[in-house]
Structure formats: structure tokens, C-alpha cells
Design a protein around this ligand. Structure first.
Ligand code: ZN
Length: 239
């Protein structure tokens, strides 16, 4: 028997990165109960996964209401995914563009696989909303981040489970500058500080140097997006 589904519940795909952390704060701001799910899929760097527990603790400390709302964190081992290989996210190869025009950090269909597991877990936990930090405004062109892909997936998931899940992607139509803006609006300076010092985005796994915009190599595509967005937001904030 599964729990009855409540409209005010959300399961957030939480990786420990900037986008999923802002999406988690967004969910904490509007749902009564929020649970989180993360995946160990043999990623090259464990940095992101290690970032998750401290971020969850800080979010609870930041806001009493959020502390009440934030429920169980689920980490699923899907290391079998790494056996597919051939990507710079799981293999120790340098990051470059493939013939397809996608960076070789692309893990084919990763978000669809994540949402499949999240859907199954949400079904068991009686959760209605699935939240992810995917964005197609300034992204690396990953086709599984596209709004259309996720709309189609939502339909397949609902047909396949005879359910009424809603996939929410609060960052889908905003750029990285606007996502810093959103973080500021939801959680003010405390959330901005948390994103800078505790989240991880860098593909290389660089965690030694703290830049104004956070830890990272500053060169890989993920760092480039994060840094540019932050700098633009700082300029905007002055006006
Ligand atoms: Zn980097």
C-alpha cells in the first residue's frame, strides 16, 4: 500500500550543485513537505555527493519553516549506469565537444533515468511534484534538459504509473544571471552565501580555490556559465 498523495509534497532531484540547490530552496518556499533524492552513478568526482549533507543542514538552519518542511534525503546507488561509460562525467578523459555538437560530459538520457527513479520513489512516498534544476536557457545543449523532453516524460510516467505527477523545473526559462537573482529573492544573502561556498558545479571537481562565485576551475563549461551568471548578477544588483 502506498501513502495517499498530497498536493503539497515535492521530491527534489538534489545533486549538490548550484541549480538543484536553488530548485530545492524554491520547493521549500512553496511545499509543505519536501524530500530529496540523489544518485551515486559512478561519477568521476564524488565532490557533489559530499556537498549534499552540509547543504541540507545549512538550509534547515537558515529558516525554521524550511527545517520543518525538509524531510528524508534518499541517495540511490545506480552505479550500474557507469558501466555504459564513454563520457567525461564517469571516465577520466578531458572535456571536449563530440561530433554531435554536445560536450563529452553528456551522459545519454541521464535526467530521464533520474526521473524514472524519482517517479518510482515518489509513488511509494505519496509525493505529487517532482522538481529538477534543468534549464534550457543557457545550457550545454543536453537534449534531456529540454522542456519538451520533460513534458513528454511526465506523460509517459503518468501513463506508466496511472498517476498524476507534475514535473516542476523552476529554472527552465531563466538564465544563470536570473537564477542568482531567484536565489536572492528566495533566501537573500544567506542563500547566496550557501550557493557560493557549499554547492559544487565544476566538471573537473576543483575544490581548492574559492572564487567570488564559488569553488571551481573557472575554465570548464560549467564554471564558465556559473561565473558569467554571477558577475552579470553583481552588475545588475548595483542598479
Ligand atoms: Zn570547472
Amino acid at each position: 500500500m502506498f501513502a495517499s498523495v498530497s498536493n503539497k509534497t515535492a521530491l527534489v532531484l538534489f545533486s549538490g550543485g548550484q541549480d538543484s540547490t536553488i530548485s530545492l530552496a524554491w520547493a521549500l518556499d512553496r511545499f509543505d513537505r519536501v524530500e530529496t533524492i540523489g544518485f551515486d552513478y559512478g561519477q568521476r568526482h564524488n565532490v557533489e555527493l559530499e556537498c549534499r549533507p552540509p547543504i541540507l543542514n545549512k538550509l534547515k538552519m537558515m529558516n525554521d519553516e524550511w527545517a520543518k518542511r525538509l524531510g528524508k534525503d534518499h541517495v540511490l546507488d545506480i552505479s550500474v549506469f557507469g558501466q555504459i561509460g564513454g563520457t567525461a562525467m564517469t571516465n577520466n578523459v578531458s572535456i571536449k565537444m563530440d561530433k554531435s555538437g554536445l560536450p563529452n560530459t553528456f551522459v545519454p538520457g541521464r535526467n530521464l533515468i533520474f526521473f524514472n527513479f524519482a517517479g518510482a520513489l515518489a509513488y511509494r512516498r505519496g509525493i505529487k511534484h517532482l522538481v529538477g534544476g534543468m534549464c534550457e536557457t543557457d545550457y550545454s545543449g543536453y537534449p534531456d534538459c529540454r522542456d519538451e523532453t520533460l513534458k513528454a516524460f511526465q506523460l509517459a510516467l503518468n501513463l506508466g504509473t496511472d498517476s498524476d505527477f507534475i514535473i516542476e523545473t523552476p529554472l527552465m526559462w531563466i538564465n544563470k544571471t536570473q537564477s542568482w537573482e531567484l536565489a536572492d529573492k528566495i533566501g537573500g544573502a544567506a542563500l547566496i552565501d550557501l550557493v557560493i561556498t557549499h554547492t559544487h558545479t565544476c566538471y573537473i571537481g576543483e575544490r581548492d580555490k574559492l572564487n567570488d562565485w564559488g569553488y571551481g576551475c573557472g575554465v570548464c563549461p560549467a564554471c564558465d556559465l556559473r561565473r558569467t551568471g554571477y558577475l552579470n548578477w553583481c552588475v545588475l544588483k548595483k542598479y
